[in-house]
Design a protein around this ligand. Structure first.
Ligand code: ASP
Ligand code: MG
Length: 425
C-alpha cells in the first residue's frame, strides 16, 4: 500500500462537474488500496476574484485580513471535495492549512514553511479516510495568525506534506498532460516531456514556466520528493520530475538532451542607469542601493564606456512589481551615485532555453542568436548559467521568439498539444 499526495489546481476544481470528476479519481486511487492525501487550490479564478473584490473595498487591504480572505477560497473547494467523496461512499475529512500543521513564518502573503506537523492528517489516514488539505496556507506560531504562501503556493503545500508524511509520490494535477517543452498555449507544437531533472525544472520555473511553482520544485529537490505532473482531465502518465535522490525513472544511462525546454516571461522590466562614471566602486554603490529595496534583480549588463566622457550605462532587470521602488531608491541617491539618466522600460520579455546537455555541448548560444537574427528579433541583453541561456527582447516579440527557438532546437512535435482548461490567468 502506497501513500500518495495528489494536488489539484484551480482549473481542475473550477465547478461542481469538475469537483465530481476529481473526486472520482481520488476514490479510484483510494479503492485500489492506497492512502491518499489531497491538496486543493481555490476553484477556478476565485483567488483573483477575491483580490479584485478586496481592491474594490479599499485601495491597500491590510495584509492580515487579505490572508483571511484569500484562504477562504481553498476552504470552499476542500469542503466541497470532501463532501463529494463522502457522497461516493468513501470516508473523507477536510483540513485547513493550520489544522494540517503547516507552520509558517508570520509574513502575510509570502510566508515560508518552517515546520509541518500533520498529526491530524495521519490520524485521518489511520482511520481509513482520505485527507483533504487546503493549499497555499498555514499558521504562524509567532503571530498566531493565518498566513498564505504566495500565489500558486498550493504546489508547495503538496510537496511539503509529501515530504513530512514520507509519501511514495506527489502527483500535481493540472490542465495539461504534464511538463511541456514550452507553454502549449504559446507554441501549439510543444511536446510533453516524460522525465525532467529537478535542476532543469528549477531553471524553467525560474524563467517563467508556470506549470510548477518554483518554490515547490526547490522543496522537492531539497527533500528528495519525486513529482508527477499529470492532467486531471486525462489518464495520461504525465511527467516525472526526478531529484538526485530519486534518480531518472529509466536509470542512470539516459543521456541529457541538449535543450529540454524554452520558457518566457513578460513580467520583468529593464532599468538603465545612464552616464555612470566609469570608476571602481560605482557598480557596488548602485547595487547596494538596489539591494536595500529587496528587489530581485536578474540580468545585468554594463556597456563599454564612451572614450570622451569615461561614462558608462548599466542595465538590469527586475520584476515589474518592484520597478517603482527601485527607480525611486536610485533617484533618491542620484547625486551620490553621480549618474546622468535613469530609464525604466517594462515593454521587455525574457526568454530562456534550458538543457542539462548544454554542459557538454558547444555552439548552443550561436545557434540561438542565429535563429533570433533570422527571425528579425533583436536581442537586448544576454545572461547564461551552466544549463541555461536567457535573452531579453521586446515584449511584443516574445511569443514569436519562443516559437522560433522551439523550432530551431528541434523541439516541435508532430501534433498539436492538448490544453484541457484554464485561462492561464
Ligand atoms: N489559489 C491560490 C492562487 O491562485 C493558490 C494556488 O492556486 O496554488 O494563487
Ligand atoms: Mg489558482
Amino acid at each position: 500500500m502506497a501513500l500518495i499526495v495528489q494536488k489539484f489546481g484551480g482549473s481542475s476544481v473550477a465547478d461542481a462537474e469538475s469537483i465530481k470528476r476529481v473526486a472520482k479519481r481520488i476514490v479510484e486511487t483510494r479503492r485500489t488500496g492506497n492512502d491518499v492525501v489531497v491538496v486543493v487550490s481555490a476553484m477556478g479564478d476565485t483567488t483573483d476574484e477575491l483580490l479584485d473584490l478586496a481592491a474594490d473595498c479599499t485601495p491597500i487591504p491590510a495584509p492580515r485580513e487579505l490572508d483571511m480572505l484569500l484562504t477562504s477560497g481553498e476552504r470552499i473547494s476542500m469542503a466541497l471535495l470532501a463532501m463529494t467523496i463522502k457522497g461516493m461512499g468513501v470516508e473523507a475529512l477536510s483540513f485547513t492549512g493550520s489544522q494540517a500543521g503547516m507552520i509558517t513564518t508570520p509574513d502575510h502573503g509570502s510566508a515560508k514553511i518552517v515546520d509541518v506537523t500533520p498529526g491530524r492528517v495521519r490520524e485521518a489516514l489511520d482511520e481509513g479516510a482520505v485527507a483533504i488539505v487546503a493549499g497555499f496556507q498555514g499558521f504562524s506560531r509567532d503571530s498566531r495568525d493565518i498566513t498564505t504562501l504566495g500565489r500558486g503556493g498550493s504546489d508547495t503545500t503538496a510537496v511539503a506534506l509529501a515530504a513530512a508524511l514520507d509519501a511514495d509520490r506527489c502527483e500535481i494535477y493540472t490542465d495539461v498532460d504534464g511538463v511541456f517543452t514550452t507553454d502549449p498555449r504559446v507554441a501549439p507544437l510543444a511536446k510533453k516531456i516524460d522525465a525532467i531533472s529537478s535542476e532543469e525544472m528549477l531553471e524553467l520555473a525560474a524563467s517563467g514556466a508556470k506549470v510548477l511553482h518554483l518554490r515547490a520544485v526547490e522543496y522537492a529537490r531539497r527533500h528528495g520528493v519525486e513529482l508527477h505532473v499529470r492532467s486531471s482531465f486525462s489518464g495520461e502518465p504525465g511527467t516525472v520530475v526526478y531529484t538526485p535522490k530519486t534518480g531518472h525513472p529509466k536509470g542512470d544511462l539516459v543521456e541529457d538532451s541538449v535543450i529540454t525546454g524554452v520558457a518566457a516571461e513578460a513580467s520583468e522590466a529593464k532599468i538603465t542607469v545612464g552616464g555612470v562614471p566609469d570608476i571602481p566602486g560605482k557598480a557596488a554603490q548602485i547595487f547596494e542601493v538596489v539591494a536595500k529595496t529587496n528587489a530581485n534583480i536578474d540580468i545585468i549588463v554594463q556597456n563599454i564606456s564612451a572614450a570622451d566622457t569615461n561614462r558608462t550605462d548599466i542595465s538590469f532587470t527586475v520584476p515589474m512589481g518592484e520597478g517603482r521602488k527601485v527607480t525611486e531608491a536610485l533617484e533618491a541617491a542620484r547625486e551620490e551615485l553621480g549618474f546622468e539618466t535613469l530609464l525604466y522600460d517594462d515593454q521587455i520579455a525574457k526568454i530562456a532555453v534550458v538543457g542539462a546537455g548544454m554542459r557538454t555541448s558547444s555552439g548552443v548560444s550561436a545557434q540561438l542568436f542565429r535563429a533570433l537574427y533570422e527571425a528579425g528579433i533583436n536581442i537586448e541583453m544576454i545572461s547564461t548559467s551552466e544549463i541555461r541561456i536567457s535573452v531579453v527582447t521586446r515584449a511584443d516579440l516574445m511569443e514569436k521568439a519562443v516559437r522560433v527557438l522551439h523550432t530551431a532546437f528541434g523541439l516541435d512535435a508532430e501534433e498539436t498539444a492538448t490544453v484541457y482548461a484554464g485561462t492561464g490567468r
